[in-house]
Design a binder for this molecule. Structure first.
Ligand SMILES: [Zn+2]
Length: 264
């Protein structure tokens, strides 16, 4: 299989505009298309022979590839989110959504009876079913990639969750815009995506989170996240290197004044 047969966008040595901030983004590095995220349980598939080039923005540090920018949803399903996907992301179906639901249920327990929650990009309803069972007023799954959950629910939601999704999308600004449309004000987005570590330059393309086989094609920095949310009038604050809260205004009764003032 060659890049052209897969419908990948041909690589160019000319700088392109950053997908987040329009900054100049030159080629940064290259990995094989079958390179998975290097987690302990990943099964390494044979090299595909298809190089995937990533670019890095000189302004905000966003690392991305434009190789998949011409792909349809069906092409992503055929070549990445196919029968082999669960082998490289074994926590996708149950373990991660269950753990995430536990964290959300604990954190928002005092407010859950009056909370409407939308889960964006979760793929299945495991996360929301768990929230409904633990007493949240409403919890709805919305995933444009999954036919059963592809209809956008009406109205605005107090909390929108979005776990391990932004690193998968070829159009992160548009995706963040779709998320922002669903959030009430006051309200918040609790989302996860790992940002580049401080020693990213030392690790370069060997950093474990870069993996086209896992669909990890948009790799943020803290600056890139702040710039992306700012386009929609949101601030974002990191709760850990991988989890974040984005909002225009936080509900006062959540008592998160420290998060509010730490946000950029
Ligand atoms: Zn940028």
């Amino acid at each position: 299989m060659f890049s052209t047969q897969l419908g990948l966008r041909p690589v160019s040595t000319t700088a392109v505009s950053c997908k987040i901030c329009d900054g100049p983004s030159n080629l940064y590095g290259v990995v094989d298309m079958n390179r998975p995220c290097q987690t302990h349980h990943a099964h390494r598939a044979p090299l595909s022979g298809v190089p995937i080039y990533y670019r890095r923005c000189a302004a905000c540090g966003f690392l991305f590839t434009d190789a998949f920018d011409d792909w349809s949803v069906d092409q992503f399903k055929a070549h990445i989110y196919n029968d082999g996907y669960v082998a490289v992301d074994p926590d996708y179906q149950v373990t991660r959504p269950t753990a995430n639901a536990g964290a959300v249920a604990r954190f928002w327990a005092p407010h859950k009876a009056g909370m409407r929650v939308l889960d964006f990009g979760g793929g299945n309803d495991v996360f929301c079913a768990s929230l409904r069972a633990s007493g949240f007023q409403q919890a709805v799954t919305y995933d444009p990639m999954v036919p059963e959950h592809a209809a956008r629910p009406d109205g605005k939601f107090d909390l929108v969750t979005c776990f391990e999704t932004l690193e998968h999308v070829p159009d992160p600004l548009a995706t963040i815009g779709k998320i922002a449309e669903c959030v009430a004000d006051p309200g918040a987005v609790f989302y996860s995506t790992l940002t580049q570590p401080d020693d990213f330059h030392a690790q370069g393309m060997s950093w474990w989170y870069i993996g086209p086989r896992n669909g990890h094609i948009s790799i943020f920095t803290k600056e890139a996240l702040a710039a992306a949310w700012a386009r929609y009038g949101f601030k974002t604050a990191a709760l850990s290197p991988g989890s974040h809260l984005a909002f225009r205004n936080l509900p006062a009764h959540w008592g998160l004044t420290e998060v509010q003032s730490a946000a950029a």
